[in-house]
Design a protein around this ligand. Structure first.
Ligand SMILES: *[C@@H]1O[C@H](CO)[C@@H](O)[C@H](O)[C@H]1NC(C)=O
Ligand SMILES: *[C@@H]1O[C@H](CO)[C@@H](O)[C@H](O)[C@H]1NC(C)=O
Length: 190
């Protein structure tokens, strides 16, 4: 019993240190974008806001999606680090069940466990709301990104997307805005 508590608390502090959003609840099962069409989703998206993650450390984050062979989407994530370096990571996304095309799984390197990337809402030309949640027994870790085709997104749209997240129990106050200042982010275009 004692040992279990120690393991559990150690695990908790590791997770807490990684600054991700940890919840004592199972993952919700939100509705996703109906009739999701990956071909219209390809191209460049600016990150406007996100739940904190352990793996993104920079600003000016951009995701670029491209069509690879047989239903595989290529993923290129770039961000600008504090020291002025552009950090990029390449991955791929796949639909697990063709009857649920908005539920993608993304992996970033050979052998890494794929992470859920669910498109909850997108109009393809303006915004996208992405959500991922992984269950770890009694608790879960949630990820979410608000993306835009432009470096900005109207407050009205952000509020609409926040209300979707609130409706599935996400504390939107935990979301952090991404700096997409054109001057600050100019190194991303080089
Ligand atoms: C900037 O920081 C990254 C990550 O810490 C490091 O890999 C890179 O070498 C640094 N670049 C410069 C120019 O200091
Ligand atoms: C963008 O950043 C520059 C300096 O990096 C600053 O002078 C400017 O005011 C910022 N613009 C906005 C809209 O925040």
């Amino acid at each position: 019993m004692k040992a279990m508590q120690v393991i559990f608390l150690t695990l908790l502090s590791v997770l807490a240190a990684s600054a991700q959003v940890l919840k004592f609840a199972k993952c919700p099962k939100p509705a996703v974008q109906a009739n999701f069409d990956a071909s219209k989703y390809l191209g460049k998206w600016y990150e406007i806001m996100k739940l904190p993650t352990s793996f993104q450390k920079g600003e000016c984050s951009i995701a670029t999606y491209s069509l690879k062979s047989h239903g595989v989407i290529g993923v290129l994530n770039s961000e600008l680090l504090d020291n002025g370096t552009v950090n990029s990571i390449v991955g791929s996304a796949k639909v697990k069940d063709p009857s649920e095309p908005a539920k993608l799984e993304v992996s970033f390197f050979e052998g890494s466990p794929p992470g859920p990337y669910w498109v909850l809402s997108t109009d393809y030309k303006g915004h996208s709301l992405v959500y991922g949640c992984v269950d770890y027994g009694l608790f879960s870790i949630e990820l979410s990104w608000i993306l835009s085709r432009e470096p900005t997104l109207s407050e009205e749209t952000v509020e609409e997307l926040h209300s979707i997240l609130s409706s599935i129990g996400i504390d939107v106050n935990k979301m952090v805005p991404t700096n997409q200042n054109e001057t600050y982010c100019s190194a991303m275009n080089q």
